[in-house]
Design a protein around this ligand. Sequence first.
Ligand SMILES: *Cc1c(COP(=O)(O)O)cnc(C)c1O
Length: 455
Amino acid sequence: MIHKTYIDQLQTWDKQYLWHPFTQMQDYGKETPLIIEEGSGIFLRDIDGKEYIDGVSSMWCNIHGHRKKEIDDAIKRQLDKIAHTTLLGPSNIPAIELAKKLAEVAPHGLKKVFYSDNGSTANEVALKMAFQYWQHKGYSEKTQFVALQYGYHGDTIATMGVGGIDIYHKVFQPLYFKTHFAPAPYCYRCPLGKQDRDCSLQCLDELEGLLKNNAAQIAAMIMEPLVQGAGGMIIHPKGYLSGARALCKKYNVLFILDEVLTGFGRTGKMFACLHEDVVPDIMALSKGINGGYMPLAATLATEEIYNAFLGKYAELKTFFHGHTYTGNPLGCAAALASMELFEKERILENLAPKITYLQTRLKQFESLEHVGNVRQCGLIAAIELVKDKSTKEPYPWEERVGNQVCLEARKHGLLIRPLGHIIVSMPPLSIKEHELNRLLNIMYESVKIVTMKND
Ligand SMILES: *Cc1c(COP(=O)(O)O)cnc(C)c1O
């Protein structure tokens, strides 16, 4: 146990020295910081010894639970050999083995693996690869991109430029290169005003119009397959992904899938694009890549892309990109252990009944007065709260109703983080059915308590 006086000190230093991401620090200073000390399985424990279900997998990363023996051991074994060595020049054993493994499990044709450290860099690499590919191919005017409204691809300047979330991205607008935004297939708030029964994916017609008019200038389209995460867990109707893929092919535009969130089983299959038999030209992976243990990312490309970068050194076709910790042996060793667990513990097969259970349980939320829409894909669930169910009028964002629900859930031992007025649940894939039951009970009660109080 940590001594009470040291707990007080940690809380003071946290406010004094730390600048937390995506956090209004003026508000943060008013609250007692929650400081996590340890965890095991789906549980986290704070410095006071209070336990919480890790309801969003420590920012959508964790897969097999915390302190998973096989991953812990793999990291320790690698640590006894070497912690870090560069990939700029020399290679290392875990990086080689993992590249082979990723190429084997990835959708057919994605054979080349380029490492980096996080989701933003994986996408940044994808955008640069796509751009430079066309330069090498003699299409120097292909310098623009297509992306979806509500899309999220990271926080670097380039990835923000293809991002479609106004409250994060608008202020930096003058710094971006040209991107065309297509409407997101956000069915609950259909941008084309359609209802389920008269939807024939007209949003794809909008995308086609955009591609048709600008194809000569467009290098690539980037999108999150099936689930747009940070934009509000927007779940796409069947056929949108394969439709977008086909259109990109038709108009000679590269197709980049950002599977940073959806990769590694989160949607019920290893990768979301496998649900619609889609193979992108470039795919970005990160969050779940090593079970959510440490920073690691990979950008996978086809041989067609890779080959365009081959040439004599003097031709300057080299992909001049690389981060210092690229292909870190500890991160790769953890990833290999995670991939082995997928096979050994039959993670994907065992997921199916949990997904069905989640689906059934979520119906319960629909009858709540302020639940406008319930969405689910794999083990990802989202509850969209509205002020008025009949008009779909949202809560005023300053009310932070989602945050209120999450604070209530925290009291009852569940840690979740909202996206505005959207409540998200994304537990580790290793969660057991009775644990999922407990998670959903707390979530249900918290939504009920907060929305009734606010009436
Ligand atoms: C989280 C996320 C990113 C950014 O990843 P970081 O590791 O935070 O840079 C990119 N794309 C998607 C879909 C994500 O969910």
